[in-house]
Design a protein around this ligand. Structure first.
Ligand code: NAD
Length: 425
C-alpha cells in the first residue's frame, strides 16, 4: 500500500499557496476599491465549506494507493456552487481554494446565478489505467457526495479530467440517488445530457475575448499558446480559423515553433496520435520559457497558475495577453506588465466561456430540453461580449486595469448579494 501526500519542507511554499496569495491580494484590492467593511471582507475571503478526503484506489496489480482529494465551496450567496475538478499531482487545498474563489467572481462577473467551487485529486492521471481512473473517480465522488448535487454544487472538467470523468461522476451520483440526475455535472458526453458547444466553449470564449481586445482585423496577428490541452488547443484552432497566425504552442513536454504559422489541425492530429506536441514534423523545437517570451502580438497562457512571474514578465514581448488558464499571472508580474503597457484580459473574463456553456447545459438538463449549436453559440457570444464591454467601461471610468475592473464588478456583485440576504441568524 502506498500513501501519497506531497512532501515539503516547512520553508517551501507550494504553487497552491502562491495562487491563494494572489487570489487574496486581488480580493483585498477590489474590497478596498469597493469600500467593503472588515466583516464582509472576511466573509468573502473565507470558503463556506472545505473538504479534504482520502481516496483509496485499487491498482491493477492488486496493491492500493491512498491519494488526497478536495472539494471547496467558496461562495454560495448567488446560487449553487460551480467549478471544475482537477486531477494533477501538485494540486492541494490551497490551490483548490484559490480556484474556487476565482470561480465565484467569474460567475458573478458574467451574470450567471452560481457561486464558486473547485475540486481536485492529487494524482497524475497519466500514471493510471482507464479502469484505475474510473475507480478513483467513483471513490472520490462517493467521498464528496454530501456536498454535490444539481441544486447545491455542480462539478465540471478541468486539468486532467474530461467528458469520460464527468460521465462516471454522473453515474456514481445517479446510482446513489436511485434515478438519473444529469444536472449534477456539466461537460458531460452528449448522450448523457451534454450540451452542443460545451467541449469547445472555453476556447471559443478565449477567441471572442481576444478578438474584442485586439480591436483590429485578426488577419496575420501572431499568436503563441502555452498549454495545448482542452483550452489551449481549441483556442489555437479558433484563433487560426479567425485568420491569426499561431506561430508557437507548448505542452508540458516541450514547445514547437513555425514562424510562418503552424498548421493547427495537423498539430492536433499529431498530438492525438503521439500524446505530445514535441516531435511535430512541420515545426522547430523551442524551450518552454522561450515560448512565453516570443515577439508575438498575442500570448495565450492556457496551462497552469504562476506561468508569468516577476522574473519573466520584463522579457514578455506580447502586447496583449488573454488568459485561458486560471491564475497564470502573479500580481507582481501584473505590475511589471501594466507599467510596460501590456493589456491583459484576465482569466475570470477570458476563460468564462466554459462556465457560461456549463450553465446553459445545466439549464437544459433541469428543463429537460435541448438547444441547437447556433443557439448556444449566440448566447455564449452575447454573454462574453457584454461582460467584456462592462469590464472595459469600468476600467476606463475608474482608470483600472481590466483585471482590477473585472474584480471590482465580480466581488461587488457577490458583496451586494451578501448585504441583501443579511446574516443568519
Ligand atoms: P488540460 O489538462 O486539458 O491541458 C493542460 C495543458 O497544459 C496540457 O497540454 C499540459 O501538457 C499543459 N501544461 C502543463 N504544464 C505546462 C507547462 N509548464 N508548460 C506548457 N504546458 C504545460 O487542462 P485544460 O482543461 O485545458 O485547462 C488549462 C487551464 O485552463 C487551467 O488553468 C484550467 O483551470 C483552465 N480552465 C479550464 C476550463 C475548461 O473548461 N477545461 C475552463 C476554464 C479555465
Amino acid at each position: 500500500m502506498s500513501v501519497m501526500v506531497p512532501s515539503m519542507t516547512p520553508a517551501q511554499i507550494s504553487a497552491g499557496q502562491e495562487a491563494l496569495e494572489s487570489a487574496h491580494f486581488q480580493l483585498d484590492s477590489a474590497a478596498e476599491r469597493l469600500g467593503l467593511d472588515d466583516g464582509l471582507r472576511a466573509m468573502l475571503a473565507t470558503p463556506r465549506r472545505s473538504l479534504t478526503v482520502a481516496v483509496p484506489v485499487r491498482r491493477e496489480d492488486g496493491s492500493m494507493d491512498v491519494v488526497q482529494g478536495f472539494r471547496v465551496q467558496h461562495n454560495v450567496s448567488r446560487g449553487p456552487a460551480k467549478g471544475g475538478i482537477r486531477f494533477h499531482p501538485a494540486t492541494d487545498i490551497h490551490e483548490v481554494t484559490a480556484l474556487a474563489m476565482w470561480m465565484t467572481w467569474k460567475c458573478a462577473l458574467v451574470g450567471i446565478p452560481y457561486g464558486g467551487a473547485k475540486g481536485g485529486v492529487a494524482v497524475d492521471p497519466a500514471g493510471y489505467t482507464t479502469r484505475e481512473l474510473e475507480r478513483l473517480t467513483r471513490r472520490y465522488v462517493n467521498e464528496i457526495l454530501p456536498l454535490i448535487g444539481p441544486d447545491k454544487d455542480i462539478p465540471a472538467p478541468d486539468v486532467g479530467t474530461d467528458e469520460q470523468t464527468m460521465a462516471w461522476i454522473m453515474d456514481t451520483y445517479s446510482v446513489n440517488a436511485g434515478y438519473a440526475v444529469p444536472g449534477v455535472v456539466t461537460g458531460k458526453p452528449m448522450p448523457l445530457g451534454g450540451s452542443l458547444g460545451r467541449a469547445g466553449a472555453t476556447s471559443r470564449g478565449v477567441q471572442i475575448a481576444a478578438l474584442s481586445a485586439l480591436g483590429r482585423s485578426p488577419e496575420g496577428v501572431t499568436v503563441a499558446v502555452q498549454g495545448f490541452g482542452k483550452v489551449g488547443a481549441g483556442a489555437a484552432q479558433y484563433l487560426a480559423d479567425a485568420g491569426c497566425k499561431v506561430v508557437a504552442v507548448s505542452d508540458v513536454t516541450g514547445a514547437v515553433y513555425a514562424p510562418d504559422g503552424l498548421d493547427v489541425a495537423g498539430l492536433r492530429a499529431w498530438v492525438a496520435e503521439s500524446g505530445q506536441v514535441r516531435g511535430y514534423r512541420d515545426a522547430d523545437a523551442l524551450g518552454l520559457d522561450e515560448l512565453l517570451e516570443l515577439d508575438v502580438d498575442l500570448l495565450v497562457p492556457a496551462a497552469l497558475e504562476g506561468a508569468i512571474t516577476e522574473a519573466n514578465a520584463p522579457r514578455i514581448r506580447a502586447r496583449l495577453i488573454v488568459e485561458g488558464a486560471n491564475g497564470p499571472t502573479t500580481p507582481e508580474a501584473d505590475r511589471v506588465l501594466a507599467a510596460n503597457g501590456t493589456t491583459i484580459v484576465p482569466d475570470i473574463l477570458a476563460n468564462a466561456g466554459g462556465v457560461i456553456v456549463s450553465y446553459l447545459e445545466w439549464v437544459q438538463n433541469i428543463q429537460a430540453c435541448s438547444w441547437s449549436e447556433s443557439q448556444i453559440e449566440r448566447k455564449l457570444r452575447d454573454m462574453m461580449e457584454s461582460a467584456y464591454g462592462e469590464v472595459k467601461s469600468v476600467a476606463a471610468e475608474r482608470d483600472l486595469t481590466l483585471r482590477e475592473a473585472a474584480h471590482v464588478i465580480g466581488v461587488g456583485r457577490v458583496a451586494e448579494a451578501h448585504r441583501m440576504r443579511g446574516l443568519y441568524p
